[in-house]
Design a binder for this molecule. Sequence first.
Ligand code: TEU
Ligand code: CA
Length: 561
Amino acid sequence: MKKQWWKESVVYQIYPRSFMDSNGDGIGDIQGIISKLDYLQELGIDVVWLSPVYDSPNDDNGYDISDYRNIMHEFGSMADWEEMLGEMHKRGIKLVMDLVVNHSSDEHAWFIESRKSKENVYREYYIWREGKDGKEPNNWESVFSGSAWKYDDQTGEYYLHLFSQKQPDLNWENPQLRSEIYDMMKFWLDKGIDGFRMDVINFISKVPGLPDAPNPEGKPYASGHDYFMNGPRIHEFLQEMNEKVLSRYDAMTVGEMPGVTPEEAELYTGNDRNELNMVFQFEHMDVDSGAGGKWDVIPFDLPKLKEILTKWQTGLHGKGWNSLYWNNHDQPRVVSRFGNDSEYRVESAKMLGTLLHMMQGTPYIYQGEELGMTNVRFESIDDYQDIETLNMFKEKVQEGKAPEDIMASIYTKGRDNARTPMQWNATENAGFTAGTPWLQVNPNYKAINAEAAMKDPQSIFHFYKQLIELRKMNPIIPYGSFELLHGDHPTLYAYIRRYEGEELLVVGNVSNETGLFEAPEDVKINEEEKRILISNYGVEKMESAQRFELKPWEVRVYKYP
Ligand code: TEU
Ligand code: CA
């Protein structure tokens, strides 16, 4: 069996538009990435997950692809991409590309053909339906607000778009379409990439008939998640993809799966399943979302977060594999979301990083997380760029919501929080661009930037570097078992890892107050043999690990025997 190198890897996600601009047009690009590979090598990461760099009109910043085999002009050329891959491999860094095949752009040649006529050979590459009673074919809501259907008067039918109107869903029921996707995947794997992150891959199988969703509140549209999430043929499609493509390469795969449960994840990632290596689950990312969904912000509840992550740690242990993440290009910055991004920004960022990186699975670091980059507050909605945010704002204003209330939810959960340019140094625009950035830089870049972090041995950057090194030196971290301690404690996050006679005790104080940890009666710490593996307050003295006080946002990891 191929070595499962991805189980011992740490992955760094690059959102190319915001990473580094090399030619002064204010947009990150591939030459910019190449210029920062030494920085990534210094951090010690093993794999880069690169968000889409394919040709795109950028309605959803590259997640609307108009040519799967060409590089977006703004990002550079195929020659630049080949140079980047070579430079990554030279440094021992693998490259995982983003596979966005639940939908394409409406500017893709396939869709341009498909919409021309009902008889067009490409018609069945997409999901076209006649209207019903003069309305959309069903009542599904788009993830980006409004109906999930758009009427196209060229042929008098509607097409499905679970996301933006410029992201028509591909029809995976069509074997010809599937074969085109597999050929495209081989095109990139044959160029030498090391795997794929698969965008909303558990949406590709829809329930036949595309039935209306329950709509008890009589809303204009309702979530159709039950009819396209983890659908009836999803395992068949992924096993076919594995058989026809993935099994022929040494490729890492991670499926982005909104709504997936640990039980389903076992089916997607089990060794004997021949589907994917791991999945991105979303349960812990919905812990501060109320009944109204993402924008219905509720205070995050630590016991609930602990319960969710524990369910995934124990649910997949020995059966499948976890991905571990706090951040990506769709999520607000974790130090602002679950930490304290003002008086305890450094301590809380280090603590959150430790809590995640000491768990079982493959950790993902999102660009800037290693610097403790924070959320941003732009005063005007005009300063925001994300289509999900802009569509939601428009819809809620039309519903009569107060703009300041809508802005408050954007400050907390908006995706642009993660997309402000990477903060490289304290020069203008944080050294990201010599031009005008496509999205404003977070004004706190003078204090929070890579140059300052690399010079400061106490920085979050150097702490993340230690976390990555510890994973390599301690098999207990990727492979050990997981037991949560004090699950209902409102502010302590404590757990034990066990592996081949070794134990790790991880204790974090998720609060602005001091905390007291006392090991439960049945947990015996080997006091004589214990040692501190890592601490964000530089704790050296060997005070008891059975019972100790923690400062605000303090984390300690003890290893014994
Ligand atoms: O995201 C899938 C998805 O559901 C996201 O829309 C996410 O749940 C939501 O934005 C949280 O607010 C993937 C990509 O990661 C995202 O950037 C794309 O916009 C989306 O698919 C469509 O390709
Ligand atoms: Ca550029």
